[in-house]
Write a protein that binds this ligand. Structure first.
Ligand SMILES: NC(=O)c1ccc[n+]([C@@H]2O[C@H](COP(=O)([O-])OP(=O)(O)OC[C@H]3O[C@@H](n4cnc5c(N)ncnc54)[C@H](OP(=O)(O)O)[C@@H]3O)[C@@H](O)[C@H]2O)c1
Length: 240
């Protein structure tokens, strides 16, 4: 597991983010996480996870994000693993979606993820190695009644994973993504009851997932135990 590695988790104060931070810490990693609005949760997590570090970061502010990541490298020297977890959803029917809604979700889920990655990767290249785990979604890979804007941004995460894995192979950097199904809490909270039932009816395990189940898979992909897994989308959906 990612013992001894420095892991940077974006959106570390969100539902799945907290579980990722806890799991990586439990497996012996040094945990750095970003938060945006949830300073109180960030402080609680810092107290809970000795040796961890919190960085204030808004994916919508690319120049400030770049400065924050430069400052982070100056402080810690190395980031072995990047977990691109921060993201938003928009529960609204297609006819109600306006241009600013599309801009927002694309800016956070795609552009923000891209620039965090670009800035962290510069240090990984300097340090000649690393692993990146992107958090995609079943919304981007399978046909379900999910918000269209969310689905298209999550589909982009899988394209990002393939192209990055290919471009970064020469630097010893592996890139994979996890593809969670419907997970209790977080962005899954806004999913209407009827759609939750639809998901469970299609799921072989017969239930929604838990954040810790996503987190454990991410820890595995972050660690050298997955050294021969690269450019993959790993489904965590109970079997759909
Ligand atoms: N829950 C599910 O069913 C499910 C299923 C598949 C995939 N996922 C994916 O899992 C990831 C985590 O989601 P979650 O369910 O844990 O939701 P969540 O609890 O809402 O967490 C989302 C995290 O992203 C951060 N974030 C949002 N906008 C940001 C911005 N502009 N800049 C920086 N950080 C920002 C949030 O910070 P603030 O709270 O401070 O804004 C929060 O920490 C997302 O990528 C989501 O798409 C979730």
């Amino acid at each position: 597991m990612p013992r001894g590695k420095t892991v940077f988790v974006t959106g570390g104060t969100g539902h799945i983010g907290i579980a990722i931070c806890r799991a990586c810490h439990r497996h012996g990693a040094r945990v750095i996480f970003s938060y945006r609005r949830q300073r109180r949760i960030a402080e609680q997590l810092l107290a809970e996870l000795p040796g961890s570090l919190a960085v204030e970061l808004d994916l919508l502010d690319v120049p400030a994000m770049q400065r924050a990541i430069d400052a982070l490298y100056a402080q810690v020297g190395i980031i072995d693993v990047l977990v691109n977890n921060a993201g938003i959803s928009q529960v609204m029917p297609l006819p109600l979606v306006e241009e600013e809604d599309v801009d927002l979700i694309m800016d956070v889920n795609i552009k923000g993820t891209f620039f965090v990655t670009k800035n962290v990767v510069k240090g990984m290249i300097r340090n000649k190695g690393g692993a990146i785990v992107n958090v995609g979604s079943i919304a981007g890979t399978r046909m379900f009644e999910v918000p269209v804007t969310y689905a298209m941004t999550k589909a982009a995460i899988h394209g990002l994973t393939f192209a990055l894995a290919s471009e970064l192979k020469r630097f010893g950097i592996r890139v994979n993504s996890v593809v969670p199904g419907l997970i209790d809490g977080g962005v899954g909270e806004g999913v209407p009851e009827a759609l939750k039932k639809d998901f469970v009816a299609h799921c072989a395990v017969g239930r929604t997932g838990r954040a810790d189940e996503v987190a454990e898979t991410i820890c595995f992909l972050a660690s050298d135990k997955s050294s021969y897994i690269n450019g993959q989308n790993i489904a965590i959906d109970g079997g759909i």
